[in-house]
Design a protein. Structure first.
Length: 365
């Protein structure tokens, strides 16, 4: 007969296949504990072996440095700002774009994945409360509101107040003394001014350097390069749009930063809110203005022409042209802002430079 406790020393395979279930469970528990202990002790001896200690420590510090060098997690709300941030970060990382806000920042429809991106970001660049109306509530609930950078409030950015949709005489259209607007009441399309774009780039670079000193020199070089590119584009647009005094109308008043920079002659906007169609009285006023001032260009916002444009075009030489202030038709990337501004310049110039005869011929068809 077997001595008490001697079953612990049986061959494991024999015990597992021949002993009762209770004994089988006991011997497997003992076996697993013994094996785990031996493995642990082997690693313990390996680590504290003098010949291997320094390599192990070197590996540990290497892993720590890799973790410390992880790229900043940067999130940007809309495409034009994302483009400028991406240009400053080039070679050091790539910012993410908030999909739910990039198409319609006024009325964003955020998905659960968008909220997760916001929560995980180290820095969130956004325009400001006048545009992304959904973000202030998120910021209030955040444990670190300082990581949200409203670029409308960046040093040097010049904000313009919202304009009335009503007609202003052309002789003083370019001589209004605008009082500084607050970030909540300003026209939010501030990136359409090259001057503001420069201040955006400076603010972005300063923020990135503060959070990622290891790449400070790269951010400075990118900043200087992008500032020069903005200036080159500005001078090109000035040459393209100089002396274009022909009056025009916009459907939605989203372009005053661009218009004032290049001295364009906007008379009025059909509606102040692009999602609120104009009433009959408004349409009659605009129609009369088109006829009396010989307006030949009406610019509307992408992605589709409002139905009322057909009414305004009827029996006139009016030409309707799409503009895109936020880059809806452009792929996101570090060149988007430049492509967007060039496209605006081309669309304004092509319509406003078109000979009057061509307009009349088209209107007669």
């Amino acid at each position: 007969m077997m001595a008490a406790g001697s079953w612990f020393y049986l061959d494991v395979n024999t015990a597992v296949t021949t002993w009762p279930l209770r004994h089988r469970n006991q011997i497997m528990l003992y076996y697993n504990i013994t094996l785990t202990t031996r493995i642990f002790m082997s690693f313990f001896k390996l680590f504290f072996n003098r010949k291997r200690l320094l390599p192990c420590l070197a590996l540990l510090f290497t892993m720590q440095s890799v973790c410390a060098g992880t790229e900043l997690n940067v999130l940007v709300s809309i495409k034009p700002l994302h483009a400028l941030v991406a240009a400053v970060m080039q070679g050091a990382g790539e910012p993410a774009l908030l999909p739910g806000a990039s198409q319609s920042p006024h009325h964003a429809s955020l998905r659960p994945s968008d909220y997760r991106k916001i929560a995980a970001a180290d820095i969130v660049f956004w325009a400001g409360p006048a545009l992304e109306v959904f973000l202030p509530a998120i910021i209030e609930r955040s444990s670190d509101p300082a990581r949200f950078i409203a670029l409308m409030q960046a040093d040097g950015v010049q904000l313009l107040p919202l304009r009335s949709r009503h007609y202003h005489p052309a002789d003083d259209a370019h001589h209004h003394d605008h009082k500084p607007a607050s970030a909540k009441s300003a026209d939010p399309h501030f990136w359409l001014s090259p001057g503001n774009a420069k201040h955006i780039v400076n603010a972005v670079a300063a923020t990135l350097i503060q959070h990622d000193g290891d790449n400070a020199e790269r951010y400075r070089q990118n900043r200087d390069r992008v500032l020069q590119q903005i200036e080159d584009l500005h001078q090109s647009l000035r040459r393209q749009l100089q002396n274009l005094n022909r009056p025009f109308i916009t459907y939605h008043d989203a372009y005053q930063y661009f218009e004032q920079t290049y001295h364009l002659n906007r008379l009025a906007s059909v509606t102040r809110n692009e999602e609120t169609p104009p009433g009959i009285k408004q349409l009659r006023q605009i129609k009369k203005l088109i006829e009396t001032r010989q307006v030949h260009c009406l610019f509307y916002e992408a992605p589709r022409p409002p139905p009322v444009l057909a009414t305004l075009r009827k029996n006139t030489a009016l030409k309707t042209v799409e503009l895109d202030a936020i880059g809806l038709r452009l792929p996101a990337g570090d060149t988007l802002w430049f492509r967007l501004m060039n496209k605006l310049g081309d669309n304004f110039a092509q319509c406003l430079k078109e000979p009057l005869k061509a307009h009349l011929n088209k209107g007669a068809k």
